[in-house]
Ligand binder design. Structure first.
Ligand code: GDP
Ligand code: MG
Length: 236
């Protein structure tokens, strides 16, 4: 019985990056609190929100979403911000071409400042946000996102709307699936050697949790993710 209750907890630091005003804060608020507002304060600094996911019978994922505010205009962040991140959402605004062009810069900044234990880039998913405004602006000038996202090493891409709650869940689920799959590969590659698997993998295994009170839900699975089939960890 004790065996059954044994739970492993994984803390995943996930960065949400992209130009000012693309909807980073809105995506996080929608995902974590199920709300949307026209006005989010561009508070200066780094903020983070936590979402607790039941991954499988023995694993709880604590997803830490790191928001940024104020520094986006420079198109890069400090190494301290990127430190120990295991994944990223790169967001642009479908109605503003300049924010799409900035995606390459953000992805480059990410890859130059953080990597997984074996030197692989951290999984990243591309969000074409504000798809509720599809008819407006420059959407029609966007290149094919499928080839773009492959070319630039994204695990997947989604047209999202924080306003209408379109694909926010799917996109973040895709990212978590990718992170967990990569992490499982790393563990296998390390021969399940706990010492060599830590702490460079960036996945922190925390002591067993007695209870947790943040929002909790089942993962719906990674349906929409174009480039990855879910690889779930199963209880032994
Ligand atoms: P951030 O600077 O990247 O954090 O962007 P915010 O989350 O503050 O959003 C900037 C503006 O875009 C705000 O007025 C939001 O209400 C709006 N916004 C964010 N996401 C969406 C969306 O999906 N659709 C629409 N129509 N507006 C959005
Ligand atoms: Mg913001």
């Amino acid at each position: 019985q004790q065996q059954q209750q044994q739970q492993e907890e994984r803390l995943l630091k996930v960065l949400v990056i992209g130009d000012l005003g693309v909807g980073k804060t809105s995506v996080i608020k929608r995902y974590v609190h199920q709300v949307f507002s026209q006005h989010y304060q561009a508070t200066i600094g780094v903020d983070f929100a936590l979402k607790v996911l039941k991954w499988d019978h023995q694993t709880v994922v604590r997803l830490q979403l790191w928001d940024i505010a104020g520094q986006e205009r420079y198109g890069n962040m400090t190494r301290v911000y990127y430190r120990e991140a295991v994944g990223a959402l790169v967001v642009f605004d479908m109605t503003r071409l300049s924010t799409f062009q900035a995606v390459i810069r953000w992805k480059g900044d990410l890859d130059s400042k953080v990597a997984l234990g074996n030197g692989r880039p951290v999984p990243a998913v591309l969000l074409a946000n504000k798809c509720d405004q599809r008819g407006q602006g420059l959407c029609s000038k966007l290149p094919k996102l499928e080839s773009f996202s492959k070319e630039h090493g994204f695990m997947g891409w989604y047209e999202t709307s924080a306003k209408d709650d379109t694909n926010i869940d799917a996109a973040i689920t895709c990212l978590v699936e990718s992170i967990m799959a990569v992490e499982a590969e790393l563990t296998v590659a390390a021969g399940n050697d706990v010492v060599s698997g830590q702490p460079d993998s960036g996945v922190l295994v925390l002591p067993r949790l007695q209870h947790y009170d943040a929002q909790e839900r089942e993962l719906p699975g990674c349906n929409g993710c174009p480039s990855l089939r879910p690889k779930r960890r199963h209880a032994k």
